[in-house]
Design a protein around this ligand. Sequence first.
Ligand SMILES: Cc1ncc(C[n+]2csc(CCOP(=O)(O)OP(=O)(O)O)c2C)c(N)n1
Ligand SMILES: [Mg+2]
Length: 499
Amino acid sequence: MTSKVTAAAILGAGAYSASSAIHAFVIPGQAASQQTQVQQQPQKVRRLRAQENPADESHSASAALAAGAFGVVAVSAAAGRKRGQRVSNMASSATAVATNVDTDCVNAIRFLAVDAINKSKSGHPGAPMGQAPIGYVLFAEEMNFNPADPAWINRDRFVLSSGHGCMLQYALLHLTGYSSVSMDDIKQFRQWGSKTPGHPENFETAGIEVTTGPLGMGISNAVGLAAAEAHNAAVYNKPGLPLIDHYTYCIMGDGCMQEGISHESCAYAGHLGLGKLIAFWDDNGITIDGHTELSFTENVAMRFEAYGWQVLTVEDGNTDVNAIRKAIADAKACTDKPTLIRVKTIIGYGSPNKADSHDAHGAPLGADEAKATRDQLGWKYGEFEVPNSVYDVFKARGTAGAKTQETWNKVWTDYQQKEPALAKQFQRIVVDKKTSRRVRSGSAESNPGRPGQGNPTLVSGLPQCYCKHHARIGWWLCGSCPVQHDTHEVQWRFLEGLL
Ligand SMILES: Cc1ncc(C[n+]2csc(CCOP(=O)(O)OP(=O)(O)O)c2C)c(N)n1
Ligand SMILES: [Mg+2]
């Protein structure tokens, strides 16, 4: 029953009112966490800014007050455009409240990104430099994965929705011991035929869950992955036999937040109450063209609360790894809603002349700035040099993941004995991802209806659009569909997880 309801809700078959293991009704505004830092409307601030003479490098008292009060105002300064609040934490060390081990691990990620992008003479260093602490906590501490078996079915999923920052992901896969990303592969970043293309490709590089780059698409895929997890858990888990029990993590940038597709899929995730979906918003206040107040001033936190998400804030995502740890713990404690962790970061953190500027978004730092950044962050290692102490930390997590998989293997053996029929189905559908006859015929309990009447169909293994209009057209053409198609990416991932 639960699986039927879950799938029906996800596939839009209209079973919204029925109870579901993963569904939670949330009244917007009622459940705002105390930790939620509501993003203030910057209208007033923008008015103040408009009154300022752009040529005047000093601030009026009122503008300075506004900067302090709202924390979102960009401040003109002789040295360039800096945000008082945001840059105030940029000290000579990388982590003000972290251990040396934390600092080294975070900086290793940053400098692999800087060096690879400098070598290839193209790429996006700013995002990985700002997101490195999130990546570190996830891959060195939180996530369950086994580098020796990237396809282990109960692994935690990670989706980099801001795919332009993919050196973050390559660095993490390399450091944790995935053979798909060697140091040579990192040195081949963005080269033709390499395993480290300019945006992550899940068919090129083992360990990349989702091909990303089109902003907003990754988070939508992550919603689908989390929905598939919830569905499979509801269908297959039996008392004492938790076959499917994992989290889906996602990092989104401001650009992902802007894209319409993310509004739709995140609203849907809230509707479904996907408690094992944890998304980080890299709130660095910068996109490709400049500061976000030029074009992006909505209250994102309130929007997500209205969707039915828990929203948490990490005030200093550049250095405060403990705050990231705590936010993840709080996210996990909330089991009936997805969580958005708004992490305030500085793009290009550590770069003396390019941090907090769109100069760090999509161009190499260059040799001189890389050196200056090394000096600023106290990173004494050379290009592409990673100390063994850092490898030890990341690889230990991979080793722990292998052990977790061994424990899971025992559960799976037990399951096959105790639930032979379901085990066979699980193997065929979830592990082998074989096309299901039941889905083809449209008669599956999890797939009510027939082709063209509101259900997905499969031709050559590709799920197609399920609406009447496009029942015969490939899913990738659905952008032009005149009827409601708000969850295609969700469905695509959901079907991948399901079939
Ligand atoms: C749908 C879509 N539109 C446009 C782009 C081009 N693009 C790549 S990165 C980017 C800006 C993203 O800003 P943000 O997510 O804030 O990343 P940051 O600058 O912080 O690294 C844009 C517009 C894209 N990748 N996808
Ligand atoms: Mg940004």
